[in-house]
Structures are given as C-alpha cells and as structure tokens.
Design a protein around this ligand. Structure first.
Ligand code: PEP
Ligand code: MG
Length: 764
C-alpha cells in the first residue's frame, strides 16, 4: 500500500473511531472510501440476523431513498455471494454475472465493475462493503487490501455497537425501548426495579445525557437565551482584549460569533430539539459532530480549533444549566447512573429514594460502594459498556448480586425480579431474629461482631443489630459532607455522638484517611498513582495541625465515656507510629491540662493495609495496643491490583490463597506477641469468608451494619470445628475460585444456601 493510501486509511479509521454513532461511522466510511478510491459508489450492507437479510445501511452513489429500506436475502445477489463465500468478489462487469440481482430502488444498473469485501468479526460475517464503477474495470490488488484493512476496523465498530446496545443498528437511533443487558461488577447486593436518572458533573459536555424535551418550544427558547448570552460574553471578551491582543489573535472571537449565527450551530441544534431532544443533549450532539469533523481536517490550524469548539460548547452548556430549573427530582425507585459517583455526591442526594446505583467506572471496594452498602443501596460498578448518555429515564432492573443491568426489560423478566424482591424481603424478615441472638457457633465458640460506621445511620443500625462495639469509624466520611475542614469543637460534637451511642463498648476511631479514592470536595489530591501516594497517615503526618485537631477533638469527646480507641490508617513504617505516639501523648497532656480532668488514655492500634506491616509485627507490637486488618487495601497491595479498576476486578479476590495464608500467619504473629487483632475490611462482612476468619482466630470481625445479621446467622450455623476443617482444606488450594466454590458447597449443604449469591441467578 502506498504512503498516501496509508495516510488515508489512518484518517478514515480515526474518523470512524471518533464518530458518535454507528450510523455516522457508516456514513463517514462510504463517503471517504468513495472519495479516496475515486469510485462512483460505495455501500455498506449489514447482516440483520433477526430477519436473515443484508440491509443497505449506508451508500454514497446509490439512491439515498433506498438506504435503510433495500435488503437482500442471504443467498441473493452478489452481496449474498460475498457473504456466502466469506471472500472478496472482484468483477469487471457485474451485470454479466449469474448472481447479479437487479434492485430497481437503488438505480444500480448503470454500474459495471463490482468489488465486494466481507466484513468479518471473530469468523462471522457481519456485512459486506461494496464499491462500484460505471467504467468496466478490474479493481487492483492495492484496492482490495485497502478495503480489507478498512473492513477489519469497521467490524470492531459494528461489534461494539451491537454489544453496547446503544443503538439497535437496524433502526434509527431514536428507538430507545430496545431490551439490552450489560454486565458490571457487583458492589452492594440487592435487586432494584426503577427508572434511570443520569448524574453528571456540571459543565461537562461529554456526559450530558439525551433526554426527551418536556416542551420543545421552551427548549428552543432556552437555547436562544443561552446563545445570546454567550454572544454577549464573547463580544465583551473581545472588547476587553482589544488593547492586549493583536487583531489576528482576536480573530477567534469572530469565528466564535460566526458559529453562533442563527443559521450556523444554533440552526443545527434547533433541528435536534425539534426532533425531540432537550437543548443540552442537542448541544452535545452538534458540538461532538463538529469536533469530529475538525479533528479530521488536514489543515493544522483548523484541527487545533477543536479545543475552541469544545470551549464554545461548554459556554453554551453552562449558560443553559444556569437557566435550568428542571432538575430531575429523585423520586422513589430512582436508579442513579453515572460514570463515577463520589461518596460526597452520593450522600448529598436524598438517599432514601435511591433504589440502586450503577456506574461505568469503579470497583467493588471503592469508598462510594462501601457507603452504599452501609445504606443498603444495591450497587453495580464497572459497567464499562453502559451508554449512559442515552439512558436517562429508561426503565431498568439492577441485579446487584450478579452485577447485571437490564434496560427496558421484558414483562416476564420484571415479574420474575419482583418475585425475587419479595423473597428478599422474606429473607430480611427471617434475619430479624438474629438481631437479639449472640454470635455463638453450634459448638459453643463466641465470636465478637463489631460494626463499621461513618454515617449516623450506621450507628443506629449497628446498635439495633446488636453490634458489640465499633471496629472502624471512618472519620473521613463526615469530613466529606462539609465544605471545609471541620474545627475542633465541631469534630468533638460528631465524635461524642458516636462514642455515646456505644457507651460502655469500645469505639475504634480511625484518624483521617483521605487520598486515593477518598477525596474531600474542598481538598482534592491529584496524583498519577494515588493508591501509592499521599494518603492516610502520610497525609496527616505532613499536616500535624489537622491531625492534632482531630486527636484533641476525639480525646475531649471521650471525657467520662472512656471508650475511645484510636486507629491509624496506611501505616508503612515503625517511625510513623513513633511520630504519632509523640503527638498523641503531647495532645493528651495538653487537653487534660486545659480541661482540668483526667482522661483515660486511648488504646492505639494500626491498620494492617500495607504488606510491609505483615513482616514487622514484632516491632510494631512494642509500640501499639492492637492491630486491625484493612483487607480492602491489603488485598490491593498484596495482589498488586487496583481496588477501583473494573478491568482487573476478577484478579481482586479475598479468597486468593496468598491472602488467606498471609492472614493466617498474621493472626499467629499477633497472638504470639499477645496483641488482639481484628479485621474491618469488607471481607469480614461476607459470610463465606467470615467463617474462615473466625477459624483463623481473629478476635473481632467488624463490618457494615447491612452484613451483621447474615454473618451472625452463618456463625450460629457453622461449628468452629467445621470452619477449622474448611480453612485447612482451602489454604492448600491454589485457586481463589476453587476456594470460593468449596465454601459455597458447604453452605448449600448446611441450610445456608440463601447466603450464596450465585443462587439468585435469573434466566428468562
Ligand atoms: C480497608 O482498607 O480494608 C479499610 C477498612 O479501609 P477503607 O476501605 O476505608 O480504605
Ligand atoms: Mg483502607
């Protein structure tokens, strides 16, 4: 292939990949190919499996009216021949071939030469690309290889469109009621039926969803106002810059103004609004389309205008959003969907009305998911293929046990899921009897269950469900709900609430653990590699003023209650703990002096999250009173797998043999040095792993309030002798999936099948 052809190829591929929809990709393709090859016709036929026909989807050269209407049977015509043979057909004079089928709607009888190339994906024919010329000619080998390369690219685009279901490829994109399913990663278990509400950050054009306009004339008017205010804004900018910029440098402003002319961008946006989209969605579509066109321009200057175009789009959007009074109400049964939803954004919503959460990013142990779990909201994350922009108000089912999402589900499926919801309610009712039971195994071993808290609801539910203490208070959660660092008195009052609800029981308060996926809205830490960066204790030791304010507030809050334990997150080295001990001692003395009271010195423990700690239990034991395993992070670092990355979520498992063996050894080491060791990561709240932890000898298991009853039930039904036997069996296995199914098998055979999530598989 010549360099020129390669360049053309690259350009077309780039353009196809950046186009907004499959229909656009196909249109771009036929036009570009016809130009590049200087042929009269280029058409694409796609295989419509449902109807077993090749449908003409795009064409340059054939009668435009026939596109989307004309179709051929699988064995019909030359297109059928290419599909059947799964190979190129190159004919100098097509009409002389016995398989030539005359289709009057296309007006193709005048074309003589024919080159058809199959579009193949994973050995299956997806369609046929055809070029034709009036002039009888044999197409060259170069032409063939050019088209084969393009078709290979196109097949990926078509397969993706089929898979993500963002359009039914055989209908126009407006058909939103097609049933589609998507797979993500289960976050917080449960089932929900409801309607989607897309949550997107303001002034972020790319994430604006399509939404049916409630009133088209209102949307048109909103657009007019927005365009006129952006025009004024740009005119003002232009005037302001008159003295400091040369006239050529200010030329951009007049380009912007021309684009805002009534019959330029606004006309295109209005066309989409009239077709039913709301103004914000229409702006996104039109700007996207132009960005794609600009990005393909040969002229460097014009190509670089893409960022200006984006800027213009953002300005129109910001102006529309300012005037937007139509914020979708989060009514009961709302299913919140978004690319990424932060903990702070979640807790700001009316959480009682949220039926489920679905995100395209994130993984099962992200902070947001942990909070959702505490709130009992079914959550699925990492649904990478979900076409968020097109789903606003769509009817959905979320099966957060399996991580499956169903869009516009059929009636039978809705019925089945409603039945499952009823079964769920029944299970929850049955679990209620465990609120007042003790966690004692059938062979008489008592296990201490604590609750993890952050929000007040965790405290209330923890008390109600009989938690014997707080194993982890995530102090960063109340920090996330504010718009600045809370002061000492404010913190004292928050901590007092936690401590007094669990008076006479231990409350383990973790010092501020921010960084990585725990961002404060008012203190964002941007890092290349944030999981390994400035987080937890590393941050607070660099800010002793923030650390001391917190410790002082905790100490003051504990006056008269004496149940405070302090827990340090993300400890890596002994020297960090030495520094903390110095600070705490200093603050303890100071607060006692200021308050003129004796304060019981809190016990101080560290989280085992960084693998280095596993190998230095002897030295840490000399400094601290207890250990608590943060298995969410420990697994992340032990297995070198990002806990928030859906692509590697299958690698992240608390049943990994090395995780189990590391924990087993850790418990032995802690007990050797006579230190209590608890575990407060999500692993403690999964009944399947909880019984293994119990067998290892953990002194306490601490978990989300939503898991306490299930874990207590498991403990009440699994004898310690059985748990020990299971543990000795699974630690010898080398595969996490084997470990999991081994324990599941035991549960199913011992009347605990309802705790095995995969039991709730639905097929329709
Ligand atoms: C953990 O890492 O296991 C833990 C409990 O802390 P977090 O999930 O808040 O990081
Ligand atoms: Mg952690």
């Amino acid at each position: 292939m010549s360099n020129m052809q390669l360049d053309t190829l690259r350009r077309i591929v780039q353009e196809i990949n950046s186009s907004v929809s499959l229909h656009d990709s196909l249109d771009i393709m036929v036009n570009q190919v016809a130009d590049a090859m200087k042929v009269d016709v280029c058409s694409i036929y796609l295989l419509d499996e449902r109807n077993q026909r090749y449908l003409l989807m795009a064409s340059k050269g054939l009668n435009p009216e026939s596109v989307g209407h004309v179709s051929l049977q699988l064995s019909e015509g030359l297109v059928g021949l290419v599909g059947q043979r799964e190979e190129i057909v190159n004919l100098e004079n097509a009409s002389k071939h016995e398989r030539f089928a005359y289709l009057p709607e296309t007006g193709e009888e005048i074309y003589n030469s024919f080159l058809g190339v199959p579009v193949m994906y994973r050995r299956k024919v997806m369609g046929v690309l055809v070029v034709q010329n009036k002039q009888p000619q044999d197409f060259s080998e170069a032409a063939e290889s050019f088209l084969v390369t393009l078709c290979a690219q196109l097949s990926g685009v078509i397969a993706h469109a089929h898979a993500v279901g963002n359009i039914d490829v055989f209908r126009k994109p407006s058909n939103g009621a097609t049933y589609k399913t998507f797979q993500g990663v289960p976050g917080s278990g449960g089932i929900a039926l409801g309607r989607a509400i897309v949550l997107y950050p303001p002034a972020d054009l790319a994430s604006v969803p399509d939404r049916e306009a409630e009133d088209i004339s209102d949307e048109l008017q909103l657009l007019d106002q927005a365009v006129s205010s952006v025009r004024t804004e740009i005119q003002q900018l232009d005037e302001k810059m008159q003295d400091s910029l040369m006239s050529e440098e200010r030329a951009l402003f007049s380009v912007f103004l021309r684009m805002l002319d009534e019959n330029a961008l606004p006309a295109e946006i209005k066309e989409l609004i009239r077709a039913g989209n709301w103004a914000q969605g229409a702006v996104r579509r039109v700007i996207d389309k132009h960005i794609t066109l600009f990005a393909q321009m040969e002229d460097d200057y014009l190509r670089e205008r893409v960022s200006d175009l984006k800027d213009l789009g953002r300005r129109i959007l910001a102006s529309l959003q300012e005037a937007d009074s139509s914020h979708r109400e989060i009514s009961p049964d709302s299913i919140i969907i978004g690319e990424e939803i932060s903990t702070a954004a979640l807790v700001e919503l009316p959480v009682d009305n949220i039926a489920a959460i679905v995100t395209t990013e994130g993984a099962a142990n992200s902070h947001m998911v942990i909070v959702a779990r505490a709130l009992g909201i079914p959550t699925v994350v990492g649904v990478t293929e979900l076409p968020i922009n097109t789903l606003d108000d769509a009817e959905m089912i979320v099966d957060a046990y399996q991580g499956r999402i169903f869009i516009n589900p059929p009636r039978r499926m809705r019925q089945r899921y409603k039945e499952i919801q009823k079964e769920e309610e029944q299970i929850a009712k049955d679990l209620k009897q465990y609120e007042t039971r003790d966690a004692i195994t059938p062979d008489g071993v008592a296990v201490r269950l604590y609750v993890n808290t952050g929000l007040m609801i965790d405290v209330v539910r923890g008390v109600q469900r009989g938690a014997k203490g707080v194993g982890l208070y995530r102090s960063e959660i109340p920090f996330m709900l504010r718009d600045r660092f809370p002061g000492e008195e404010e913190q004292r009052a928050m901590y007092r609430q936690q401590l007094s609800h669990f008076a006479n029981k231990p409350v383990t308060m973790r010092t501020l653990d921010i960084g990585a996926d725990k961002d404060l809205p008012y203190f964002s830490i941007e890092e290349e590699n944030s999981a390994l960066g400035w987080r937890g204790l590393r941050f607070t030791l660099d800010h002793p003023e923030i650390f001391s304010t917190q410790v002082r507030a905790m100490l003051k809050a504990s006056i008269g209650l004496n149940n405070l334990h302090i827990l340090l997150p993300m400890v890596t080295s002994v020297s960090e703990v030495e520094e903390v001990l110095y600070l705490v001692e200093r603050d303890w003395n100071a607060v006692q002096e200021e308050e003129q009271v004796k304060i019981t010195k809190p016990k101080i423990g560290i989280m085992v999250e960084v693998p280095s700690v596993l190998l230095q239990i002897d030295e840490f034991s000399e400094l601290v009173d207890f250990f608590s395993v943060g298995s969410n992070d420990l697994i992340q670092y032990l297995l070198a797998v990002d806990r928030n990355n859906p692509r590697v979520s299958s690698v992240y498992s608390h049943f990994h043999p090395s995780v189990l063996r590391a924990l087993q050894r850790l418990v032995k080491d802690c007990h050797k040095y006579e230190k209590p060791v608890s575990i407060c990561g999500e692993m403690a709240g999964d009944p399947l792993s909880a019984i293994l932890l119990m067998a290892m000898g953990f002194n306490t298991l601490s978990m989300s309030s939503s898991n306490i009853l299930r874990v207590r039930k498991a403990i009440c039904h699994v004898a310690m002798s059985d748990a020990e036997k299971l543990l000795s069996e699974v630690v010898k296995m080398n595969n996490p999936l084997m470990v999991k199914s081994w324990i599941e098998y035991y549960f199913k055979n011992h009347g605990l099948g309802d705790m095995v999530k995969s039991n709730r598989l639905v097929s329709v």
